[in-house]
Design a protein around this ligand. Structure first.
Ligand SMILES: Nc1nc2c(c(=O)[nH]1)N[C@H]1C(S)=C(S)[C@@H](COP(=O)(O)OP(=O)(O)OC[C@H]3O[C@@H](n4cnc5c(=O)[nH]c(N)nc54)[C@H](O)[C@@H]3O)O[C@H]1N2
Ligand SMILES: Nc1nc2c(c(=O)[nH]1)N[C@H]1C(S)=C(S)[C@@H](COP(=O)(O)OP(=O)(O)OC[C@H]3O[C@@H](n4cnc5c(=O)[nH]c(N)nc54)[C@H](O)[C@@H]3O)O[C@H]1N2
Ligand code: SF4
Ligand SMILES: [Mo]
Length: 884
């Protein structure tokens, strides 16, 4: 194994001199330490005008600095880039990147782990005027969301939190506590905010009896549970380096040019594949002409959102009709495809345990109709009168011309053809079926288990990982709460926990190892208490990344009664985010540059570990989360168990020790490890090919085109979620991965009033809402709604006009990006912009008529859970758009 460390290779002073002419050397910032800074003043130079001045003054001058330390960007973009931090007089004067190693795409190469441009703007985050300086308490009598706060001391804050926790525990037990999903500090180890069960809050709460846990996540809510219905696995795919062996590469809604931007991540690798495999046909299927499509693709196939299932049906119809499918292979390896074997297939696909879902304990859920895919394609059996699923039929739904569907299908039988789906396609109200259908077209055409092919899951980017520990023990075995909810459904547990069980809201049992399971008898796994207390760390979910902000505001302001209404929301964040503004207590958190920690990552042939050293003292009165949890633990009488006598730096050393014990090739002493900062390793392995296992992790052990598990759920579950969702037939669970008229999809009659399908792709200037308050980033690309130029012309909307996008749930203002890079009838509002209501008046809080001026899509999206996964179908919205 080959290795480098920046300590070994050294950083020459010359390179600083050369760089300083290119990048501004930063704020002339003084007086930021707590002792010097008046707590209510914003740091000098925080505003962009000040920055421009500072830049002009230093342009061309060598960077003067006292120290360089390693840190990392911890946000959740898929990378965790190491960053060099230069300080002078206790102030960060420059953020720089890892520039050791190569760009060469080949086995055994050690790449540069270059950060994207966001990472380089971190001085504007550290010294942002949004920094929270002192603990804050919501002014009594005001509503959550009004944003009225008073400063309190740390002692007062900790006392109040601990006392409220004790009251809630006495009244409700540990079931009433929730650690919110939050990925703002995903890259940290001691400071990590995700997975919630791996955080310092989890450690604290488990030592104190536990909390209500969550399953799955906002990224992969549907694919996690529903692609495995087909093949038992949502994650494996060929390593992306294997794409050099592909004849065709089909990307369903995958846009790494935005979502994998670091210097070594998927977009870089894909560009290298393009260079090394110039003959490959790369096709991007996406409602918008993404930067990935612009950068590497031969063909963009614009598709109506959430219709990929119909596209796949049209392709399979055509291939079958043409005799281009291998019937023997399908009969051997698949169940539920052919009519004549359907009855036997259903028996084979019957789940035998409740480990996953849809157990038919009574054996009553027999099927006397032909529900095979063959019947579906032909419009016979259970699908009588639905017509043949010809390419022409698919064209009418997807908006993709029939000939293009046939041409795409032919690529699949003239392979090897790699299929990669992003997670946009599954973030729809019918997204689970989409994830299954995409996997099906890859498998049924024989492209799984071969070099150059792949499974249809997201790309596998590998890396050669270090064994070093990246999580501190959190004692899940001490958690006494044995049920869990979907990541998306906590809001309902504030309002009406009694309606929540496995059959209504997908509540699951969770055991001491963290494994989840379904009920043997539908309806028997129940929540035991309302959520009364929420820890909100590294998360902008509650007022940004969840959904339906107006209805959320209503829920947060429900009175604190016996069976509903939250009592305390505590936010720990460095910045005054929209979510902070619905909290009862806001605690000033640190940025990664203000604490010691550890980050690991890597891609393709390179893995890295970065030992991070605090570059500056915590600003104002902010504290690292480890210290905050220690203070609470002390109040709760469990400090010794919580800390085990260790400081944060001791825990970093503990991680290092675990790595050494597991054989990591790192320096012999922790001091040298800290000194070196960044370590990288590689090997020269062949690109990994995801196997087509003999036995899939499905009940039948085969690919399940028809899933009896899903069918059983369709019979057992109450898709109105106990009356929360109208019984309008727009949520369905189907045995086959097929298209149906789903909630706020193309076929929804609501389209008469709200004629556009609204999606929200992940943009370049932010990672979700993180970096959303960086002036440099916002100046690069303001928040804009993408609209087709033909549609815009009809509405009299011109480039950069201010527009209001509205759904039944709210109204949001931004400017228009008028372009032919988006399908007619579709608009896209990049997700993650900060909610900025025109009014925070108590009287109108949560009223859908209140205009959001921030361009925040979560004002527009729905919190209606998806039918199987009970997750976030937030790319399925019908909207209208008008000039502001
Ligand atoms: N810059 C940046 N990078 C990020 C993030 C970020 O916020 N900013 N977030 C990170 C995280 S946590 C995640 S989970 C990933 C998210 O990665 P993804 O979930 O893959 O990202 P999205 O932009 O939601 O969706 C990808 C593409 O799917 C398209 N799409 C939407 N609906 C459909 C559909 O029905 N069919 C098809 N075929 N395509 C569709 C969208 O137009 C978009 O171009 O990105 C990560 N990287
Ligand atoms: N409509 C719509 N909604 C979506 C998505 C979508 O595609 N469309 N995507 C979903 C996905 S995939 C995800 S993963 C979620 C992500 O949702 P979140 O996990 O909420 O991600 P962020 O919006 O980045 O919020 C991170 C929070 O962490 C804070 N933070 C950042 N750095 C630090 C730090 O160093 N210290 C501390 N203490 N805090 C810090 C930020 O200020 C912010 O409040 O959003 C989901 N929401
Ligand atoms: S936002 Fe940019 S710098 Fe930060 S981890 Fe992602 S790619 Fe790296
Ligand atoms: Mo995500």
């Amino acid at each position: 194994m080959e290795k480098t460390s920046s300590a070994q290779s050294g950083i020459s002073r010359r390179s600083f001199v050369a760089l300083s002419g290119l990048v501004g050397a930063g704020f002339a910032l003084t007086g930021c330490s707590p002792s010097e800074q008046a707590p209510t003043e914003a740091p000098e130079g925080a505003e962009s005008a000040g920055e421009t001045k500072a830049f002009a003054e230093v342009k061309g001058e060598p960077l003067a600095y006292d120290a360089m330390t390693w840190s990392a960007c911890h946000v959740n973009c898929g990378s965790r880039c190491p960053l060099k931090v230069f300080t002078k007089d206790g102030t960060v004067v420059r953020i720089d990147i890892d520039s050791d190693g190569t760009d060469e795409f080949a086995p055994g190469q050690i790449y540069q782990m270059r950060s994207c441009v966001r990472g380089r703007t971190n001085r504007q985050r550290i010294y942002s005027e949004d920094r929270i300086q002192k603990p804050l308490k919501r002014v009594e009598g005001t509503k959550r969301g009004e944003g009225k706060y008073e400063e309190i001391t740390w002692d007062e804050a900790i006392d109040l939190i601990a006392a409220t926790m004790q009251d809630i525990k006495d009244e409700y037990g540990n079931d009433a506590f929730y650690i919110q999903y939050g990925t703002g500090v995903l890259g940290g180890t001691v400071s990590r905010s995700w997975h919630p069960d791996a955080t310092m809050f989890a450690r604290l709460m488990n030592l104190w009896g536990g909390y209500l846990r969550q399953y799955a996540d906002y990224s992969t809510g549907q694919i996690t549970w529903e692609m495995p219905l087909f093949n038992g696995d949502a994650w494996s795919n060929n390593e992306v380096t294997d794409l050099v062996n592909s004849k065709n590469i089909v990307l369903f809604g995958n846009n790494p040019a935005n979502t994998r931007m670091s210097g070594s991540a998927m977009q870089y690798l894909l560009t290298q594949v393009r260079l090394q495999n110039p003959e490959a046909t790369i096709v991007v299927i996406d409602p918008h002409l993404s930067d990935t499509a612009v950068g590497v693709a031969n063909q963009w196939i614009p598709i109506r959102p959430a219709t990929d299932t119909a596209l796949v049906a049209g392709m399979i119809f055509y291939l079958k009709e043409q005799g281009k499918l291998d019937e023997k292979f399908i009969r051997d390896k698949f169940v539920g495809f052919f009519s004549d074997s359907f009855a036997d297939d259903v028996k084979a696909a019957e789940p035998a345990s409740n480990a996953f879902m849809g157990l038919d304990k009574s054996g009553k859920l027999t099927i006397d109709q032909d529900m095979s895919y063959e019947a579906y394609l032909a419009g016979t059996g259970a699908y009588e009168d639905t017509g043949e699923k010809t390419p022409e039929w698919a064209a009418a739904i997807t908006g993709v011309p029939a000939d293009t569907i046939r041409q795409l299908a032919d690529l699949y039988v003239d392979g090897p053809t790699a299929t990669i789906q992003g997670w946009g396609p599954q973030r729809h109200s019918n997204g689970g079926n989409t994830s299954r259908a995409i996997a099906m077209i890859a498998a049924i055409t024989g492209n799984v288990g071969i070099s150059g092919g792949g499974t249809g899951a997201r790309e596998g980017v590998g890396g050669v990982p270090y064994a070093i520990a990246t999580a501190i023990p959190t004692f899940p075995e001490k958690n006494t709460v044995d049920v869990c909810v979907s990541f998306f459904d906590w809001y309902h547990a504030i309002e009406d926990y009694q309606s929540m069980n496995d059959a209504t809201w997908g509540v699951r049992h969770i055991d001491e190892t963290g494994a989840t399971s379904y009920a043997e008898e539908p309806g028997t796994i129940k929540l035991k208490a309302p959520i009364k207390f929420i820890w909100n760390y590294g998360s902008n979910v509650m007022m940004g990344q969840h959904a339906d902000i107006n209805d959320s505001l209503r829920i947060y302001n429900l009175p604190d009664e016996k069976d509903s209404g939250v009592r305390m929301i505590v936010t720990v964040d460095p910045w005054m985010t929209p979510t902070a503004m619905v909290s009862d207590i806001i605690l000033p958190g640190t940025t990664p540059f203000e604490e010691d920690d550890l980050t690991t990552g890597g891609t393709a042939w390179t893995g890295f570990v970065c030992c991070e050293t605090a570059a500056i003292e915590p600003l104002f009165e902010s504290k690292p989360v480890y210290e905050i949890c220690t203070l609470i633990a002390d109040k709760l009488g469990i400090k010794d168990e919580f800390t085990e006598g260790k400081t944060q730096l001791d825990w970093v050393e503990w991680c290092y020790d675990q790595g050494i014990a597991a054989g990591d090739d790192l320096p012999a002493t922790f001091e040298e490890f800290r000194e070196g900062g960044l370590f990288k390793q590689t090997d020269d392995h062949e690109p990994a090919v995801a196997p087509a296992p003999e036995e899939m992790a499905t009940p039948s052990g085969k690919y399940e085109v028809f899933s009896k598990q899903a069918y059983n759920l369709s019979q057992q579950w109450d898709l109105t979620c106990g009356g929360y969702v109208p019984d309008d037939g727009r949520d369905q669970i189907t045995g086959l991965p097929i298209w149906y008229d789903h909630f706020e999809g193309y076929g929804d009659p609501l389209r008469k009033d709200y004629p556009f399908q609204l999606i929200g792709h992940h943009g370049k200037t932010r990672t979700h809402s993180s970096y959303g308050n960086v002036p440099w980033m916002n100046s690069v690309a303001p928040q804009q709604c993408w609209i087709n130029d033909g549609d815009a012309a009809e509405l009299g909307i011109e480039q950069d006009d201010a527009v209001i996008v509205s759904t039944e749930r709210g109204r949001s203002q931004m400017t228009a990006k008028v372009t032919n890079r988006i399908m007619p009838g579709v608009v896209s509002v990049p997700q993650g912009a900060w909610y900025d209501p025109e009014s925070r008046d108590a009287a109108t809080i949560g009223d859908p008529s209140v205009l959001d001026r921030g361009g925040c899509i979560s004002v527009l999206t729905s919190s209606r859970p998806t039918p199987i996964s009970k997750g976030n179908g937030v790319h399925s919205n019908l909207c209208k758009i008008e000039k502001a």
